[in-house]
Design a protein around this ligand. Structure first.
Ligand code: HEC
Ligand code: HEC
Length: 296
């Protein structure tokens, strides 16, 4: 009798092990080459807009003479430690110079490095994953136009954390691309896309639950700041609370920041975001304002 119980237990443990391993393998699968549309001619100018909408430079900014380039090398504070931000200039040895377009799509949409490493979501791919493939490829083409900088920034090797990450990502990553909401204006949908996807505004402005998943019921409702002290304000009811008069007012705040006397938009954690957004075409900034002002 005892032996049989042991056998059953052992079999259960082995099966569980195989199950976890298979699930892990499944979740670590990169997208196939066919995820890149054949013959796609990327538009680096649109890629530049995505670069600023996505605020890549805020984190990937180089040090010393390379501050204007995403040469990496800075440490970013994350809950429970620090993380080295990698070099994403097109340097062949130390940057993304040898990456294929599909490698970049996998990083942005799956949080996977070319060698299969699960990337830590301090890199906000859980938002970038909503981006259109075309926008991601345009962004890659833009990065390729930048000056390559040689700067070694190896991913650190907390393999165990990264194993658990595979399962977390399954919960956190969107399972379908962004879809425009029917019945809403083109500007509203453009703004929603920029806020949800490239802009990754929810990464700071939406509170998270106990396992760090964004609480979608409280989308953009304000949250504690993850990397700095203090809190990130709500972006809901901006009009009702008298923060901004109308879309034009918020547009102007996003474009010019505190230089025009607006408060709380460009001096704290939002500072870099505002300066990046200000580089977008006016129509995109206005679209963001249109979407935000509609949130009750
Ligand atoms: C909030 C900070 C932050 C922002 C914003 C950010 N990144 Fe990152 N990125 C990181 C960190 C940190 C890592 C390293 C993750 C790791 O070690 O697992 C990373 C990793 C990457 C990688 C993988 C590099 C490699 O060597 O495997 C790519 C590619 C990348 N980011 C591209 C971008 C692009 C493009 C943007 C803008 C659209 C962007 N990142 C915006 C912080 C950021
Ligand atoms: C890195 C975290 C972070 C990200 C990402 C971020 N914000 Fe913010 N945001 C803040 C913080 C912090 C503040 C409060 C002001 C400050 O400290 O700069 C703020 C303030 C604001 C305000 C002013 C709110 C008010 O009450 O007047 C607006 C509007 C805003 N953010 C819009 C956005 C939009 C749009 C995006 C995405 C494109 C975004 N934020 C992304 C951190 C962030």
């Amino acid at each position: 009798m005892r032996i049989r119980v042991w056998h059953i237990l052992m079999a259960a443990v082995v099966l569980l092990g195989i199950g976890v391993f298979t699930a892990y393998r499944q979740l670590s699968q990169p997208l196939p080459e066919s995820a890149v549309p054949a013959g796609y001619a990327p538009d680096p100018q649109n890629g530049r807009n995505m670069y600023f909408a996505g605020g890549c430079i805020s984190c990937h900014r180089g040090v010393g003479p390379h501050v204007e380039l995403p040469a990496g090398g800075r440490k970013l504070k994350i809950p429970g430690g620090e993380i080295l931000v990698p070099n994403i200039t097109p340097d062949e040895e130390t940057g993304i110079g040898r990456w294929r377009p599909i490698d970049f799509v996998n990083a942005m949409r799956r949080g996977l490095a070319p060698d299969g490493t699960h990337l830590i979501p301090a890199f906000p791919y859980t938002s970038y994953a909503w981006m259109k493939t075309g926008d991601i490829l345009d962004l890659f083409a833009y990065l390729k136009t930048l000056k390559p900088v040689r700067n070694e920034t190896p991913l650190d090797s907390h393999r165990l954390d990264r194993f658990a990450l595979a399962f977390w990502k399954w919960l956190a990553l969107p399972h379908r691309p962004f879809r425009p909401v029917p019945g809403k204006s083109e500007a509203w949908n453009r703004g929603a896309y920029l806020v949800v996807g490239p802009g990754h505004c929810g990464e700071c402005h939406t509170p998270r639950n106990a396992i760090f998943l964004p609480d979608r019921r409280r989308w953009l409702a304000g949250a504690p700041h993850l990397s700095e002290k203090g809190s990130v304000p709500s972006l809901r009811g901006l009009k009702k609370r008298g923060r901004y008069k109308d879309v034009n007012d918020l547009f102007s705040a996003l474009k010019h920041g505190e230089a025009l006397g607006y408060e709380d938009i460009s001096s704290g954690g939002m500072g870099e975001v505002q300066s990046n957004i200000s580089k977008l075409p006016d129509a995109d900034i206005r679209a963001i304002a249109t979407y935000l002002m509609s949130l009750e």
